[in-house]
Design a protein around this ligand. Structure first.
Ligand code: ATP
Ligand code: FE2
Length: 321
């Protein structure tokens, strides 16, 4: 059987079909004309692209066993648009809904794509920056940002210098020509904060390339420190990098060096599975369905603040079992 997955928590409306492997994937990214993502405009984009995105993956509807959708976390208007389409498909095809936590889906597709079993996960995206690991039936959040997500911080800095959106790739290119400058480093226990760093970078009078380099080095070192501490604390030996910021070569390099020093394995999924995509929802929906986890229509309301550690991970057994 197949599971159709719908993702649309923020900028990317994306649908996929997952069977034993990925069968189809189609995305329609929303690119804000200027400034950051406007929640209502993103939702309007999703609504107008829905027919095209869904019909591109809707081959063999009679083999579809469930409709999975990202229930949260994310932007309210975008989540509502996706949930409405998912409910309509579920009713039309006569198959159950599966409500997927977006953060857990990043982790699960990452495990599938890399073959890692029980990693510490650095999930660095636009709105989220968290270090997670499986413990006693849940993905525990060992540490996370106390203010903004790293990607949104990079995008904000980029906007203030009229760099194209999304800002991460532009900053990475400029940083390759830069020299190190010192910027504020904030790690509090296992948690991080980026807004002070981003403000200081915006106010810096240093050459743009140097500010980009300093911004990356500082933000990524903070992420690596927390990841390393979680790895030691949880006694695991794999590190998985997921989320859109995970595309950054320098962040990958810094994590790889830390893992080599600790004798841990490091992996990052290929780009298709790194940022928001329908495949991660279809895949996670499929393993949830196989473990009997479905969502009655009357409980299918969106969950904009849905946290990874609220999910009972019914599909994993304890390591070593
Ligand atoms: P979430 O809802 O999980 O927070 P998201 O909607 O922000 O995710 P993602 O696709 O996971 O979406 O991440 C997008 C972010 O990734 C953007 O902020 C973008 O700047 C950042 N990004 C993309 N490529 C790079 C790169 N090479 N270096 C740094 N950041 C990058
Ligand atoms: Fe995401």
């Amino acid at each position: 059987g197949l599971v159709l997955g719908l993702e649309g928590t923020a900028w990317n409306l994306s649908a996929a079909l997952f069977g034993d492997d990925l069968v189809a994937l189609h995305s329609a990214p929303y690119v804000p004309p200027k400034g950051g993502i406007h929640p209502r405009e993103a939702a309007q984009h999703h609504a107008s692209a829905m027919k095209e995105v869904v019909s591109r993956v809707l081959a063999e509807p009679e083999r579809i066993r469930a409709i999975a959708f990202s229930q949260g976390p994310g932007l309210g208007p975008s989540l509502r648009t996706v949930a409405t389409a998912a409910r309509a498909l579920s009713i039309a095809l006569g198959v159950p809904l599966v409500g997927v936590n977006h953060c857990v889906a990043h982790v699960e597709i990452g495990r599938w794509a890399t073959g890692f079993d029980d990693p510490i996960v650095l999930y660095a995206s636009g709105a989220n920056t968290q270090v997670l690991g499986y413990l006693n039936g849940r993905y525990r959040i060992f540490g996370e940002t106390l203010d903004i997500g790293l990607g949104n911080g990079l995008d904000k800095f980029a906007r203030s210098h009229d760099l194209p959106h999304p800002g991460g790739p532009a900053i990475e290119r400029l940083a390759q020509e830069g020299d190190y400058i010192e910027l504020p480093y904030t790690v509090k226990g296992m948690d991080l904060a980026f807004s002070g760093l981003v403000s200081a970078a915006q106010e810096s009078g240093a050459p743009l390339e140097d500010v980009c380099f300093g911004l990356q080095e500082t933000a990524f070192a903070m992420c690596v420190e927390v990841t390393e501490r979680a790895l030691a604390h949880a006694g695991k030996n794999e590190v998985l990098l997921v989320g859109g910021v995970g595309a950054n070569g320098r962040l990958q390099e810094m994590l790889r060096v830390m893992c080599e020093e600790r004798g841990a394995a490091f992996a990052v999924p290929k780009r298709t599975y790194l940022g928001d995509n329908g495949a991660m929802i279809a895949y996670t929906g499929k393993i949830m369905l196989e473990h009997g986890v479905t969502l009655p229509l009357e409980e299918s309301q969106i969950r904009p603040g849905y946290r990874a550690d609220e999910v009972e991970v019914a599909w994993r057994t304890e390591p070593g079992e």
